[in-house]
Design a protein around this ligand. Structure first.
Ligand code: 5RP
Length: 252
């Protein structure tokens, strides 16, 4: 069982109504408390992680953090990190990172995650897999009992070559779970969404439980045409959840 350490910000007697973005920011700021000068940091992607990147930049500018090296998980995060003054490098130069901070789309009670609804799952998995500590930051809407059970997408990054073939193979793989598979497209022009790595994303939606996650993960990865999927199993070491009643830190 994960250890829980909670710090109350509000109580049922004095409720504070916060927006989802404010909750994301609270979780992100809490995670940045784990950052120490001299660390090599994995910088996550998304609307939650961007608060952490902004905060790290702010602390660097104030001189409260020094000698930080950031390893961004997407081109977007790279741009943001440059704009807030975080010195950057990559996994080739730093194959072992001290800490990564990133958001997630779903988190189960064992700290398994679904990531990649923002499309950066491959780089996120590479960077976060190289970290000694991986701190996940979410607002409480991301908590689920079972991965794939929120009715939202489970992303799979695939090569563009014959994508319809790969989509159909993925759908058939989970036919018993009532899987619907869709190519991710830009809503504006209907063109396929292209990842930072030049690949496509298939979003899988499940009507039923997909069963053993490790088995599902291995099966997806065995399919030629698949590059990576958005299940992050047994990777997170710490979970920070911000909700209306406070922020909770769980360590694995
Ligand atoms: C991007 C991701 C994001 O971390 C995930 O989608 C959560 O995003 P947000 O913080 O915007 O809710 O995996 O690939």
């Amino acid at each position: 069982k994960p250890k829980v350490d909670s710090c109350q910000m509000a109580s049922p007697q004095s409720p504070v109504i916060l927006t989802q973005d404010e909750l994301k920011k609270i979780a992100a700021y809490k995670a940045v408390e784990f950052v120490e000068s001299g660390m090599v940091l994995g910088l996550g992607t998304g609307s939650t992680a961007c608060h952490a990147v902004a905060r790290i930049g702010e602390l660097l500018q104030q001189g409260k953090l020094k000698n930080i090296v950031g390893i961004p998980t997407s081109k977007k995060t790279h741009e943001q990190a440059v704009s807030v003054g975080i010195p950057l490098s990559d996994l080739d130069n730093y194959p072992v990172l001290d800490l990564a901070i990133d958001g997630a789309d779903e988190v189960d009670p064992y700290l398994n995650l679904v990531k990649g609804r923002g499309g950066s799952l491959l780089r996120e998995k590479m960077v976060e897999g190289a970290c000694k500590k991986f701190v996940v930051i979410v607002d409480e809407t991301k908590l689920v009992k079972h991965l794939g059970g929120s009715g939202l997408a489970m992303p799979v990054e695939i090569v563009p070559f014959c994508w319809k073939f790969t989509l159909e193979r993925l759908r058939m793989m989970f036919v018993d779970a009532g899987c619907v598979a869709k190519l991710r497209r830009f809503s504006e022009n209907g063109e396929p969404f292209v990842t930072d790595n030049g690949n496509y994303i298939i979003d899988l939606y499940f009507e039923k439980d997909i069963g053993d996650l490790k088995v599902a993960s291995d099966e997806i990865l065995r399919l030629a045409g698949v590059v990576e999927h958005g299940m992050f199993l047994d990777m997170a070491t710490t979970l920070i959840v911000a909700g209306e009643l406070g922020v909770t830190v769980k360590n694995k």
